[in-house]
Design a protein around this ligand. Structure first.
Ligand code: TXA
Ligand code: MG
Length: 543
């Protein structure tokens, strides 16, 4: 097939050209179009045959559903069973723009488009060319990113031509994509609403409209072989150049040292603006450190450049996972097939936490049997409040009654006052955390000097403390409620009601999934071993 490449004015596309693209789409053809996120490979979303061609051209697995693109709000109505009551506010805040919303689909959306799911993903692009072509076609357009499945998404027409020349009818060149990473995908078909893929709209922005939004764990971590992906796209190898990618978490100095040790003849580095000179290795810059937007607009381009220039290995400076940076981090994690190296932390430190009754202590014991040194956060916390300066700071903050006459801490009064308000709890933490952290650092050094394989900091409130910054990885032990209930009742001699009360007062699995690098799933019979073994394997792979 001959692929026609046409160039349009990105800000004000020529009517005759967008009409030509619209005509191809109406006839069931495929047209690659620019959007503000990445280039999309468009076809009539309601025509199963046309949509089938998208899957063929991309080599895309058939269970991976497509996003349906519309030009005007009213076009949502025929696509969904009913308009979710939260949609108008979302649309008002983010449409047109880089947000995709999933709702229950209506029967007019074919199974091929929705990957046989009963939901449909809808987005209204803001890019003037995309908008004009959807209008010209007069149809909702199914459009995945216009790359071959598995490769980095295209942000320029030349990227699309590299992957699609000869396989589709037309490529519309509207210049470079403004944002450079795909849209944020949110599902309203689950309760609470869930972010399935980070993108141009940040979680912070979304929470202004959807305060109970949760982030799917597939955003941060690799799904297990048999785990169900809420967003099918998350389970496939993705965004990968041919070169092997390694993500370097930590300081610039650490990265420079690591690369100096590990580089080979065909290695390159992807780093931030102004850093190239530091590396004794060819380097390509992608955006500014700490500026997610500038990184987003470059990340896919540089991943493709790595292959174009013949490198077989790329060491990538890790972006900050906040704002749009979260999307950049998420894409890079996948292009690295989750290979992340902590460049600053030579000696492995595991932060271990978990739900009450899930079996954190059992996992700790198992790690100890395997040569790890266990640091008990409870013991350190108790030691910390024996420190004279801590005691006087607590007295100053919460009243002299928090110290007994014999100079020891009155735990009961301290707890009553410190946990009375969020503000007081913050005050307590501000006083005790620095001391506990300093003690932890000493304990880690001791573990290392005594030759332990690594240190494990066992702490119930790990993610509310600064300890994760000391850790190579963090892991959380979780278990089904029934299992935890039984354990707590037996261990602490509680009635079912008391045990339930305690469970409900604590964070659920979602919280741990969102914060921990690794989840250790426990069950009634020593089920934790698989997760704990995977944790140790991860540590060993990093060394
Ligand atoms: O920015 C974008 O969203 C670009 C441009 C072209 O609009 N499109 C895009 O499409 O990134 P694609 O197909 O590369 O990614 C769509 C993602 C996939 O991870 C897919 O699994 C998920 O959205 N998805 C689509 N429909 C879904 C549904 N009904 N339920 C769950 N996930 C869905
Ligand atoms: Mg894609």
């Amino acid at each position: 097939m001959n692929t026609k490449l046409i160039k349009v004015n990105p800000a004000a596309p020529e009517k005759a050209l967008t009409a030509e693209a619209g005509e191809i789409l109406r006839k069931g053809g495929l047209v690659a179009i620019p959007t503000e996120t990445v280039y999309g490979l468009a076809a009539n979303a309601l025509d199963p045959e046309a949509v089938g061609k998208i899957f063929d051209a991309k080599g895309r697995p058939h269970d991976n559903p497509l996003i349906v693109h519309i030009a005007n709000y009213a076009e949502v109505l025929p696509l969904v069973q009913k308009v979710d009551p939260r949609l108008p506010a979302l649309a008002k805040a983010f449409w047109p723009g880089p947000l995709t919303v999933i709702m229950k689909k209506s029967p007019i959306v074919p199974d091929v488009t929705s990957g046989k799911l009963d939901t449909v993903a809808i987005r209204m692009p803001s890019d003037p060319v995309a908008h004009a072509i959807i209008e010209a076609a007069g149809l909702p357009l199914a459009a995945p990113s216009a790359n071959s499945s598995g490769k980095p998404s295209p942000t320029r027409a030349s990227h699309v031509m590299d992957d699609m020349d000869g396989k589709i009818d037309m490529v519309v060149d509207g210049g470079s994509c403004r944002i450079g990473v795909e849209s944020t995908v949110v599902t309203l078909a689950m309760d609470p609403p869930r972010l399935l893929r980070p993108g141009g709209v940040t979680p912070e922005e979304l929470r202004k409209v959807l305060p109970d939004l949760v982030i799917d764990k597939a955003v941060f971590s690799q799904l297990a072989q048999d785990e169900k992906a809420q967003s099918p796209g998350m389970k496939y190898k993705h965004y990968s150049p041919k070169a092997q990618v390694t993500l370097l978490k930590g300081s610039l100095e650490g990265a420079v040292g690591y690369v100096a040790q590990k580089k080979s003849e065909n290695s390159c580095v992807l780093c931030f603006a102004g850093e190239s000179e530091q590396f004794n290795c060819p380097a390509i810059e992608y955006g500014t450190a700490g500026d997610g937007l500038s990184q987003a607009s470059r990340v896919f381009d540089v991943l493709r450049q790595v292959d174009d220039e013949g490198y077989t290995e790329a060491f990538v400076r890790c972006p900050q996972a906040t704002g749009v940076g979260l999307a950049v981090y998420n894409r890079l994690l996948r292009s690295a097939a989750f290979k992340v190296v902590e460049v600053d932390k030579k000696y492995p430190v595991i932060g271990l936490t978990g739900q009450t009754g899930a079996g954190k202590t059992t996992v700790s014991r198992y790690l100890k049997e395997n040569g790890y040194h266990i640091i008990d956060g409870d013991i350190l916390a108790r030691e910390a409040v024996k420190n004279k300066e801590v005691l006087s700071a607590l007295a100053a903050a919460f009243g002299k009654e928090v110290v007994n006459e014999d100079g020891t801490l009155n735990r009961k009064v301290t707890a009553e006052r410190a946990f009375a308000t969020r503000e007081n709890t913050d005050k307590l933490n501000a006083i005790t955390h620095p001391v506990i952290t300093a003690m932890t650092v000493l304990e880690i050094a001791r573990a290392e000097s005594e030759g332990a394989k690594g240190a494990v900091v066992d702490a119930a409130a790990l993610f509310e403390s600064p300890i994760p910054t000391l850790c190579t990885v963090t892991a959380a032990v979780v278990a089904p409620e029934g299992v935890r209930l039984k354990r707590i009742m037996g261990r602490d001699r509680l009635t079912e009601e008391e045990a339930l009360h305690r469970i409900r007062a604590q964070y659920g699995e979602e919280y741990y999934a969102n914060h921990a690098d690794i989840l250790i799933e426990n069950g009634p019979d020593d089920d934790y071993k698989a997760g704990a073994d995977a944790l140790m394997a991860t540590i060993e792979a990093m060394m």
